[in-house]
Design a protein. Sequence first.
Length: 519
Amino acid sequence: MSKEKELDSEIQKFLENFGGFVNDIQYDGWPIWWFFKQRFLGDRLLPPLPSYEEIINSILNREEVGFKQKFKNKVTVFSLGKFLEYNEKTKIFISRFNKGKSSKKTDKKRIMFMTHTNAILPDKDYGYTVDRIGSVVKEVRKDPELEEYISVISPLSHKNWLKLLDYPNLVYSYIDKEIKKKAKRGSILLHKKWKEISKEINYNLIGEHFKTALNVFFSRESIYLIILYYETYKKIIKQEKINFLCFYAAGGILSKCAIAAAHNSGVKSLTISHGLGAPSRNPDQPPSFYHAVIGDKYKEKYIELGVNPENIFVTGPVFMDEIVRYIKDKNLQNKKKKILFATQPLVEDNYLSKEEYFNYIKEYLSDLKKLQNVDIKIKLHPREKYLEFYQNLLKSLNFERITIVKGQEKKLLYNLIKESDLVIGFSSTVLVEAMIIGTPIISIDLLIGGNDPIIQNRDKIIHLNPKKSIYPISKKILYDKKEQKSIIKKQRELLKEYLYKVDGKGGKRVVNLIKKLGR
């Protein structure tokens, strides 16, 4: 067993013991710890808090938390708590000027989609829809027995205050004085309890590295927000007569508030897989919560982690329903060879520094420049911010056969993939989408690890060391027809192994499941 895995096991033991200590810090039957412990073990929750991986590295390096760092940590706890409080209060104030669309009385069963501002997309017929699970929203809108209610909230770390005026059905619009009073009273009492209990906890080296984050999420401000949004979602469910809740992501604190509110209101919930990542830990959801997953292997993984098999349903990759129209005709051939280079926000997500990332990009583009008579398009991820750096890099390389493309629409991406002879990327969902469409791929291993079992496969997918030249293998794939056919065949075999059906009907299957569960 590697040092990282051993340490991960030790951390789990510490957190299990910790959970036992704080289990009595509850609101309406829900331990406060439950609302954030899953996210605590995954992504960076809020800058400047470190991610789980960064904490592991610090512990492996035996970095002690000295006096200076402890002082910094106290400042972080105070400032982050105040930021959270101020940020959310500002959103609540702004929302007073946008009540969203008023709800009309209906005899239909109302399905609520809990979503965030960064997942709302324009829709030509209805004005807006939800990213990744738009086909489910579409099927609900078509069903004569159902009606959709898209409930919108801004992620805790976002400061997009004025943009809130553009969104419908804001959660903040339902917050009233009574809810605020409950949140204030509850947060004062529970934070006091935390201060008493935390003195009894034995913070060893592991605990010291988690202490700052724990203090942030057991702060009065954090507990206040948990109670505030839990009570608000309860009000929404009752007032809007919600019969069922849908999520595209259910691990965040705000999602947990909605899940707890639904459970205590006698309403069932469903999370619809919005990506290819396999779970690494038990999501620890209530019995009224269900999972719509993309294939049998994903279901097996959930069962392995302890999820009740009766709460898991295989519906296929709903987020790829639109892709069916773009799958290539086997006889399609380009007169001129084309490569699509799909980049990732590795700088924005703090995987690499700007200098490191663009040094790699420079090497890859220098390699691709050697390919004669080949058109290349760079498709930037919607969250990338450094378009100018790409443009300056192309100028410095004097590379004219290349175009930079920006845009969030799936049809743009799918058309680019369909017209390409090769797609190059960094272990992203785009590569699997290319496999489905029928284009050979190369995955450059700039991202170490990852929880996507399809793209991590090394038997049927070409992986490349980030420091190696991409020229030889790119040339072989472009001009060797036998190699092309072999790669496409292996890719299809892998997809069949992991994905249920890519037939454009995933949304319909999910809606049928909702109706079945909602009876």
